[in-house]
Design a protein around this ligand. Structure first.
Ligand code: SAM
Length: 416
């Protein structure tokens, strides 16, 4: 089925191109720089490794938030990165109606500012609404309440946390919204979606949004609009493609839960004090890593569990003694802690630069997953739009899939 909304390319072609590109660069994004001091790619592409090694700290700071510019810069050393921007381009779906679709602040009690704006942008991207609406994993029902004024039918929500349901129903009562929220585990086997419902979900995690896709398509429901997040929150250790195409596609990527985590790993903008502590503990961990490799005579990463919070107020030697005890290692009397502490500092600089390269692949990986969803929905007889509903600054999880059942007939649709 031809459906793309990106030049003349279909979702199939788009998925295949992204799949091949990701496979081609697998060595750059699959190994975690923290555990792998000398990645194979640095040998395969020495000019690239040298280029990133020469980035200053302020270069790193700037480029972390701008993968498009980074890909452009590194495209000189690795020309296959030059198509980065083209590969991740998707249309904007919320055009023009955002302000009028957003709940006024006066009605947005208990709704964080970002959530109010995200819900408004989501609403703008999917209006007009033609069916009853069900908000899947609705929390306090912010999206449901935002959509209610634009829906002639019923608006309801499923959420399993009773406190959120109570709060949400209190808000709908207070503001007279025609919305009812219900306490419901959406993963329950016996769950039946109401008839002829348009399901919506704003940031339902991994298995929760994948279950919704199956429920909607099994029931032949008229429409599904959702913005996925936390792809790695899944029972399965490896990603199971949704679509037949991705499941049997040529050279289809095999993704672990760790790989999926990369798709949503964002730079956390924590306060400076917290960032300093994180940097310190990372240096110590890397210093200890170098030390344990030398001690054991084994060039392999040894995972060390989370440290007690008080340890950060001590020193590197104290950290190493604690970590060694946890791992059953005896530290020699003459251990040169200064040497290994400096080793950790140097490693952290390298890790930061290697992570810069790895993080280039976050959005392409996310798009690969979402294209698999789009393909699945097409295979199930839906016409699919895929794009962004808001700017990345409002939420990095800004992709939206809007799927409408082709030839849906209100009178004949099944009751499943
Ligand atoms: C990331 S929040 C999104 C909430 C809401 N859609 C929003 O954007 O504000 C995910 C929500 O899913 C709910 N949830 C998680 N597992 C659930 C389940 N099995 N059944 C129903 N709700 C669930 C959580 O309690 C939480 O409110």
């Amino acid at each position: 089925m031809a459906s793309l909304h990106h030049g003349a390319e279909s979702f199939y072609q788009r998925w295949q191109r992204l799949n091949d590109w990701l496979a081609q660069h697998r060595e750059l994004w699959q190994p975690a720089p923290f555990t792998d001091p000398s990645p194979a790619w640095a040998v395969k592409w020495p000019a690239l490794a040298e280029r990133v090694a020469n980035f200053s700290e302020s270069d790193c700071q700037k480029l972390e938030d701008d993968p498009g510019i980074l890909a452009g810069l590194l495209g000189r050393e690795l020309p296959s990165l030059q198509i980065f921007n083209e590969l991740i381009r998707v249309p904007e779906l919320a055009n023009g109606k955002v302000r009028q679709s957003t709940l006024p602040e006066i009605r947005a009690t208990d709704m964080p500012g970002r959530k109010r704006l995200q819900s408004g942008a989501f609403a703008a991207a999917i209006r007009p609404l033609k069916h009853d609406v069900l908000d899947w994993c609705c929390g306090k029902g912010h999206l449901a309440r935002t959509l209610a004024p634009f829906c002639d039918g019923k608006v309801s929500g499923f959420e399993w946390n009773p406190a959120l349901v109570d709060d949400g129903n209190r808000l709908t009562g207070k503001f007279g919204d025609a919305v009812s929220l219900h306490c419901q585990d959406v993963m329950a086997e016996e769950l039946v979606l109401p008839k002829a419902t348009h399901s919506v979900a704003l940031h339902a995690c991994g298995d929760l949004h994948r279950r919704l896709m199956r429920r909607v398509t099994d029931g032949g429901k008229p429409r599904l609009s959702f913005s996925p997040c936390c792809y790695h929150l899944t029972e399965k250790p490896d990603y199971q493609p949704m679509s037949r195409w991705a499941g049997s596609g040529e050279n289809a990527l095999q993704l672990s839960r760790e790989d999926l985590r990369l798709a949503v790993q964002e730079t956390v903008t924590a306060p400076e004090r917290v960032r300093q502590q994180t940097r310190r503990i990372s240096q110590w961990r890397l210093g200890f890593d170098g030390m344990q490799r030398a001690l054991r005579g084994m060039d392999a990463y040894l995972p060390v569990p989370s440290h007690p919070p008080g340890l950060i107020n001590g020193d590197f030697a104290g950290f190493c003694r604690w970590a060694a005890t946890r791992k059953g290692l005896a530290l020699p009397e003459e251990t040169d802690f200064n040497y290994w502490e400096t080793h950790g500092e140097r490693r952290l600089q390298t890790v930061r630069r290697h992570e810069l390269v790895r993080h280039l692949f976050r959005r392409p990986l996310e798009l690969w997953l979402v294209l698999d969803y789009a393909l699945f929905l097409e295979e199930q007889g839906y016409e699919v739009r895929l794009g962004t509903f808001c700017e990345r600054q409002l939420t990095p999880r800004n992709l939206l899939i809007d799927a409408v059942k082709i030839g849906f007939n209100q009178d004949t649709q099944g009751l499943r």
